[in-house]
Structures are given as C-alpha cells and as structure tokens.
Design a binder for this molecule. Structure first.
Ligand code: FNR
Length: 371
C-alpha cells in the first residue's frame, strides 16, 4: 500500500474526535454521487467556503475567574426545553446515507434531547418518523404549485404531533449544484412523500433532483401567502432563508413566529453572504419580537457560542448530521450532537459563561467592531 492509503485507513478506523473527521469518514463510506450531493454547494461554492470562514474571522473575548464549576447549555425554543441550542436542520433523503434514514436521525435527536426538523423531501414518511421516536419534531415545507399537496403535508404534520412548520423561502427554484449536474444525481427515493409526488425522471438535462424540484416548486410564492399558510394551520410558522434586515422586518410583519437566518447551506444563491456575517443585521431588525435562529457552517461548539453571542437563540446543523449518519448511523448522529454540545460546554467554561444567557455580545469580536 502507498503511504497515503495507510494514512487513510488508519484515520478511517480511529474514532472521529470532531465534526470535520466525521466528514472525512463519510467521504470514505459514501458513493461519490451521494457524498457530492451532501457536501456540495452552488456554482463556485464561494458562499460554501464563506459560511465556514466567516465564523473563523470572529474571535471570542473570554472572562476569567467566574464560577464555571457547573455549565448549563439548555435553552427553551418556542416553548420546548432542549439540552443545547443545537437543532437538526431539515436535509433531504437520509436513506442515501444510512438504510434507516430519518428514523435513525430522529432517534439520535431524541437521545440528544433536541429538536429535529424533518425535510419535506424526507425518505421516511411524516408518520413513520413520528412513531419512531419522542423527539420534538418540526416539519419543513416547500410550497408546491399544487397547493393541495402542501396543505395535505401540513395537515399530516399537525395530526402527527409536529410542533412547528418551517417554511423554506429561499428555494423558488433550485440553485445550480454543479457536482449533481455532472453526476446526474438520480437516487432521491421515488416513493418520496408516499406517492403524493412522483419523481419525474424523464429529462436527462442536468440533475434529476433539480428537474423534479423545479417542476413542482411554486416560484410565484409571495409574502401574502404566509396568510394562506396561517389559515391552514394552528402551528407556529418559522421562516427559513432570511438574510437581510428588509426581509426580517417583512417576516415579522407577516406574523411569523420565528426566523432562521440561512442561505440553505450555500446550495442556492452563490455569493449570498455567510449567515453569521448578517446575523446581527437580522437580529437588530427583529428587535426581539420573535426568536432568530441560524444555520450554515456550524462545525464547532465555538461557532455555536459565536452565533449566540451575536443574538441567535439557537443554531441548526445540516451536513454534520448527514456525515455522522453516513459514517455510523444513529450512533454517528448522536456523537455529532454530543460533540458539539460538549465543545459548547467547554467554550462556555473557558469564556466565563455558566449559562446560555451569560453569553453576550461583548464575548465576541468581529472584524467590524471597533477595538
Ligand atoms: C439541505 N438543506 C435543506 N433545507 C431545506 O429547507 N429543505 C431541504 O430539503 C434541504 N435539503 C438539504 C439537503 C442537503 C444535502 C443539505 C446539505 C442541505 C439546507 C439545510 O436545512 C441547512 O440550511 C444547511 O444544511 C445548513 O448548513 P450546514 O450546516 O450544512 O453548513
């Protein structure tokens, strides 16, 4: 064996000690087409890199000689008390990573005492996931051209105990993910949504997933349609994909119950800003009227700490969950969630913050702060 191969094998057999190592393990485990689907971003992947690098440009201002013998990472999000401000973001088709798919992810979320947001393009049904675990679950919705399909999904989610609807607003059409186009990404489970939607695989232009999504998503959706969503559900509505103060204000005015600052993991508009770089802009516009959450590029407990210091109530993680699932199934997801919680605990202890509410704006320095 070449020296390089030995190194890869040695790494693969050792336990990952951080989220990035789960990514490496997932890369060794997954077929290239699936790994690319999970890992990739839109076009030049500028935003994909920025989501990570923007966190790295923020430093932490630690305080010492605070009693940190007890650390409490727990928070309450929309009335749900969870063990740490780290939620599972909605991501498509977990069965590509592991045979049990979202059922394994949901059990891991339950074990970690956190919230899982189930994607509309889940490879397990709303009902299966509901009956497989007692995690608090939210349901992520895209609005389809056929409103009756969206309505049915929302009704099923509500009936089966999902506690909020997460409306993804940044995908009127899919971004160009060039790896998927090259790979002709085909394997989104066809039984998706229990036959409500049949994937159209007739086109050989680009990726099949892209063709399917662009045929079914309603690109004419407008702010006024939040009212329609409100009229069909009593659940709280969280809007996902806000990146500007203008839209944050509109979202609050439209009556949403929460906002997720997100660029869809850099899979939609390339050159959209890194989420953490616009978090404060959104937080200031919202003026504490609704909770603000963030996702995109969270890979360390220190990233969670930084997002909270800049005003987020919690973060969500997308790819780390998928990589944990691909590497080690349910246990992998549990470990990823545990790792980030433990890292957050350590950063809180080392920064002099025994509780989440102790993390304040003065605990971080950004490049735009005055010295
Ligand atoms: C996503 N994301 C996503 N979002 C959504 O609202 N509905 C979806 O079905 C999906 N599907 C999806 C698939 C894959 C493979 C990825 C990587 C992402 C976006 C997701 O919810 C979240 O915004 C990002 O993943 C967060 O960024 P990180 O944590 O992956 O950097």
């Amino acid at each position: 064996l070449a020296l390089g191969a030995h190194a890869v094998l040695a790494k693969a057999s050792s336990e990952p000690v951080n989220v990035e190592e789960f990514k490496e393990l997932a890369k060794l485990t997954l077929p290239k087409m699936y790994y690319d689907f999970y890992a990739g971003g839109a076009e030049d992947e500028h935003t994909l890199r920025e989501n990570i690098q923007a966190f790295q440009r923020i430093t932490i201002r630690p305080r010492v000689l605070v009693d940190v013998s007890q650390i409490d990472t727990s928070v309450t999000i929309l009335g749900h008390h969870i063990s740490a401000p780290i939620l599972v973001a909605p991501t498509a088709a977990h069965k590509l990573a592991f045979y049990e798919g979202e059922l394994a992810t949901a059990r891991a979320a339950a074990a970690a005492k956190t919230i899982m947001v189930l994607s509309y393009s889940s490879s397990c049904s709303i009902e299966e996931v509901a009956s497989s675990c007692n995690a608090v679950r939210f349901f992520q919705l895209y609005v389809f051209k056929r409103r009756d399909i969206s309505r049915q999904l929302v009704e099923r989610a509500e009936r089966f105990g999902y506690k909020a609807i997460v409306l993804t607003a940044d995908a009127p059409r899919l971004g160009r993910r060039e790896a998927d186009i090259k790979n002709k990404m085909i394997a989104i489970p066809e039984k998706n949504l229990e036959g409500l939607i049949t994937i159209d695989v007739s086109s050989d232009q680009g990726s099949k997933f892209e063709t399917f999504a662009n045929k079914t998503l309603d690109a004419s959706l407008r702010w006024e349609d939040i009212e329609w969503l409100r009229s069909i559900t009593t659940l709280p509505i969280i809007i996902k994909g806000i990146l500007t103060r203008e839209d944050a204000t509109k979202a609050v005015e439209a009556g949403v119950d929460g906002i997720i600052v997100s660029n869809h993991g850099a899979r939609q508009l390339d050159f959209a800003p890194a989420t953490v770089s616009v978090l404060e802009e959104v937080v200031h516009a919202v003026k504490a009227r609704v909770p603000v959450l963030l996702d995109g590029g969270v890979r360390r407990g220190t990233d969670v700490f930084k997002a909270l210091a800049l005003g987020a109530q919690a973060v969500l993680i997308g790819r780390p969950v998928l990589f944990g699932l691909a590497a080690k199934g349910e246990e992998g997801v549990r470990k990823v969630l545990e790792m980030l919680k433990n890292e957050l605990e350590t950063s809180m202890a080392l920064s002099g913050c025994p509780c989440i509410k102790d993390i304040t704006r003065s605990h971080v320095r950004t490049h735009y702060d005055k010295l």
